[in-house]
Design a protein around this ligand. Structure first.
Ligand SMILES: [Fe+2]
Ligand SMILES: [Fe+2]
Length: 137
């Protein structure tokens, strides 16, 4: 197998199947926006980013918060705040995406991508560690 530039499994698998599947889907969706822009399908890229991806981010955060609650994760409130802040910054990217400026759109996309990866690798990893250390009885 060729060496990957970015090894999702090694860096971002939390070891919780449902969550891992959602994270893979999030990254796939970001890639999809990137591909649409690359193919010059800007309108579709915008709609996809705004509607499909934004809705999925909300859905994922809600699922994750339910999961953290179900395992009695002590830092739930803190994690929820981080999600809220992200949703806020995500909505602030709106004007950049609405603008017809492609470089602004690409910047918005790469900011979203960087944030999501950093969040999974750092913040999400913490509840996974808690869960794995306190397995359900
Ligand atoms: Fe997550
Ligand atoms: Fe999270």
């Amino acid at each position: 197998m060729p060496k990957k530039i970015f090894d999702f499994d090694a860096e971002f698998k939390l070891g919780i199947e449902g969550v891992d599947n959602e994270h893979v889907k999030l990254v796939d969706m970001l890639n999809e926006v990137h591909n649409l822009i690359g193919e010059g399908r800007r309108e579709e890229a915008r709609t996809y980013f705004h509607e499909t991806l934004t809705a999925y981010v909300d859905e994922h955060f809600a699922n994750e918060e339910k999961f953290m609650e179900s395992i009695g994760y002590p830092a739930l409130d803190e994690h929820k705040k981080v999600h809220e802040n992200f949703k806020k910054s995500f909505s602030e990217l709106r004007p950049l995406i609405e603008s017809l400026d492609e470089s602004a759109f690409r910047k918005a996309l790469s900011d979203a991508f960087t944030w999501i990866l950093a969040h999974i690798g750092k913040t999400d990893k913490k509840y996974a560690a808690f869960y794995l250390a306190n397995p359900p009885k």
